[in-house]
Design a protein around this ligand. Structure first.
Ligand code: SAH
Ligand code: SF4
Length: 360
């Protein structure tokens, strides 16, 4: 019965290898199957036409090829697309695709909701409902690739080129599934997304940064958002557990081990809260010693949010001050998909059922 079948997208390459071994099937089949799934984008095992009928039937008996179900889809006037996916248990997540010239970025979710309640974040107003499974993280990418017809393409022709873990949830609190998903995303015989084009954004889960450094080679972005503990405690409450000094100590170690990489510090621009030149001075002092860059994010307001975005003039002044006085690379993020609430921190499912309370 199909209910007992495992979604093949919930299996790592190692799991697939174990399956082949158990069934006494030659291991070279692993890469063939992988290619059908992640390069050709097939919808059925019976399309895998270099496999014997027996093997197709063996696969069909044990597995299914199942994509995410779309509940709603939106397209912004700037070309940004947002999908609201309905998961098997009825919960919902959002995924965004942002086209930008030759670059196409998918912003993926790692959890349903989030446990960290940052005060400026729409997702933060939800409780954490649960972690996403491997098939649900990978499912966001392959389902979007289906919609974009982005299969069977040479590297330079691919529409999806970049991935950011900046959707709903804190990726380092769904560690195992996120790491397995990164392995699938970067597998050179499959989706083959360059590790330099994948970024994980964390609010600063200090006790997972060493593991992250050891287990994967993608880019790290850290949601700093404030240059002193008083303001950061308000904005990013996890700061009470791991204050700025502790976070930066850990990032110094990361910097030493990852000599070639710059850490991106994300800094949200909130009117009158963290956008003065005094804040900019403190910020320079904090991050100056690190190999890093700063990405200033204009706050995206959402219904009933209690902050305002800083004026463009103030954001530019702040950026120029960091560039000139701090000699630190600083960029301003160009907000995308505002008309469809597709920007970072606006991702939120409105349906809340069977909420499970989970702490850290
Ligand atoms: N939980 C992780 C990743 C998801 S949030 C993290 O916090 O880093 C991705 C980014 O969007 C973070 O930098 C987050 O602070 C930012 N963000 C959240 N709400 C926002 C909003 N309303 N406007 C602009 N950026 C926001
Ligand atoms: Fe969670 Fe990130 Fe939103 Fe904070 S900003 S509530 S960590 S998703």
């Amino acid at each position: 019965m199909s209910v007992d079948k495992i979604n093949i997208f919930n299996r790592t390459k190692k799991d697939l290898e174990d399956f082949l071994k158990n069934e006494s099937i030659k291991l070279f089949r692993k890469n063939q199957i992988w290619n059908w799934l992640y390069v050709q984008g097939v919808k059925s095992f019976f399309e895998m036409n270099n496999l014997s009928l027996t093997l197709k039937e063996q696969l069909e008996k044990k597995f299914k090829i199942s994509f995410l179900t779309v509940n709603k889809a939106f397209t912004s006037k700037d070309g940004t697309k947002k999908w609201l996916f309905k998961l098997n248990d009825g919960k919902e997540i959002e995924t965004v695709f942002i086209p930008d010239g030759k670059r196409g970025t998918i912003c993926i979710s790692s959890q349903v909701g989030c446990s960290l309640s940052c005060s400026f974040c729409h997702t933060g107003t939800m409780k954490l409902e649960r972690n996403l499974e491997l098939e649900e993280i990978i499912g966001q990418v392959i389902t979007v690739k289906n919609f974009l017809k982005d299969w069977k393409k040479k590297t330079e022709e691919k529409i999806v080129t970049n991935i950011v873990f900046m959707g709903m949830g804190e990726p380092l609190l769904n560690y195992r599934n996120v790491i397995e998903a990164i392995k699938v995303l970067t597998d050179e015989k499959g989706l083959a997304i360059s590790k330099r084009k994948i970024t994980l954004s964390t609010s600063g889960i200090v006790n997972k940064i060493k593991d992250f450094q050891r287990d994967t080679d993608i880019n790290l972005a850290v949601s700093l958002h404030a240059a002193n503990d008083k303001v950061r405690n308000e904005l990013v409450p996890i700061n009470k557990k791991w204050p700025i000094a502790t976070l930066l100590e850990e990032l110094k170690i990361y910097n030493k081990l990852e000599r070639k990489k710059r850490i991106t510090f994300e800094y949200i621009m909130l009117d009158g809260i963290n956008d003065s030149l005094k804040d900019a001075k403190q910020l320079i002092k904090l991050v100056g010693p690190l190999k890093s860059k700063i990405n200033l994010i204009p706050f995206n307001p959402w219904p009933n949010s209690s902050y305002d975005v800083s004026s463009n003039e103030k954001i530019e002044k702040f950026r120029n001050f960091i560039l000139e006085k701090g000699k630190i690379i600083a960029t301003i993020r160009n907000p995308r998909g505002n008309d469809i609430l597709a920007a970072c921190g606006q991702l939120k499912s409105f349906k809340k059922k069977n909420t499970i309370k989970e702490g850290l």
